[in-house]
Design a protein around this ligand. Structure first.
Ligand SMILES: Nc1nc2c(c(=O)[nH]1)N[C@H]1C(S)=C(S)[C@@H](COP(=O)(O)O)O[C@H]1N2
Ligand SMILES: [Mo]
Length: 242
């Protein structure tokens, strides 16, 4: 596993800053109460607080690799619950095929957004329904056995370990089930560099750099990147052309 301090001092969270020392800028974020709106193509749309979700589903721990598209990586123990538990609770309508996720938008608490006004805030992401239902897709409320520090996406975030890190959207406030593939934040800005699917793949270089290897943020070791970030046995069948 990666060193806890290193993991919490090298983050991407553009709402606060474009630099990696996010932990210096997060104090003003208010993380409780934290209502999350769950809606769209579901039978039981609802607003649930992050704490209530934890009480409802309980917590388990998962040690996952996290691979940023910028070719750095870490291995961290998340606590949380599988995303699929949430789907059972809201009951999907049959035409729900994708999910759109959204982060908070509070320029007074996260002033980084005002420094890049050309970005389409609030940060948003998306998954196919079958990707979201995969048992690896995780909702994290903690890391290293503690509640999530703000720089890691407090109080609640998504973790999709076989995709580049930007798919793992932090500080979630909205989950919407939809019929058509939603746009994502990075896809809106640079579709060739950050496509919707964005599975980790060492054989497909980013237009501006190789994805063949990655640097571990704590040790500095450079290691080979694995296809699907090493989770192929669990997810490759999602992408097998029939
Ligand atoms: N809302 C939001 N979520 C986000 C980001 C962001 O800037 N804003 N950055 C993403 C990127 S690029 C990565 S690599 C991971 C990093 O997660 P970590 O800082 O907890 O390791 O968060 C992702 N989630
Ligand atoms: Mo990233």
């Amino acid at each position: 596993m990666s060193n806890e301090r290193a993991a919490g001092h090298y983050n991407n969270f553009y709402e606060f800053t474009l630099s990696k020392d996010v932990y210096r800028y997060v104090d003003k974020l208010v993380t409780a109460p934290w209502p999350i709106q769950i809606g769209g193509l579901v039978e039981r749309p609802q607003t649930i607080d992050a704490l209530e979700l934890v009480q409802m589903f309980g917590l388990e721990e998962r040690v996952y690799r996290l691979r940023c598209v910028e070719a750095w990586a870490m291995v961290v123990p998340w606590t949380g619950f599988p995303f699929s538990k949430l789907i059972e609770k809201v009951a999907l309508k049959p035409d729900a095929k994708f999910i759109r996720f959204e982060t908070f938008h509070r320029p007074e608490q996260a002033p980084g957004v005002t420094r890049v006004p050309e970005y389409p805030w609030p940060y948003f992401e998306g998954l196919r329904l079958d990707e979201a239902l995969n048992p690896l897709t995780f909702v994290a409320t903690g890391i290293y056995g503690k509640p999530l520090p703000k720089q890691h996406g407090a109080p609640i975030r998504l973790v999709v370990p076989w995709k580049y890190g930007y798919k793992s959207i932090k500080s979630l406030v909205k989950i919407e089930f939809v019929a058509k593939q939603p746009k994502t934040f990075w896809e809106t800005l640079q579709p060739e560099e950050y496509p919707f699917e964005s599975n980790v793949n060492p054989a497909v270089p980013h237009p501006r750099w190789s994805q063949a290897t990655e640097r571990m943020i704590d040790t500095g070791d450079r290691i080979k990147t694995q296809v699907y970030n090493g989770y192929g046995p669990y997810v490759a069948r999602l992408y097998a052309k029939s």
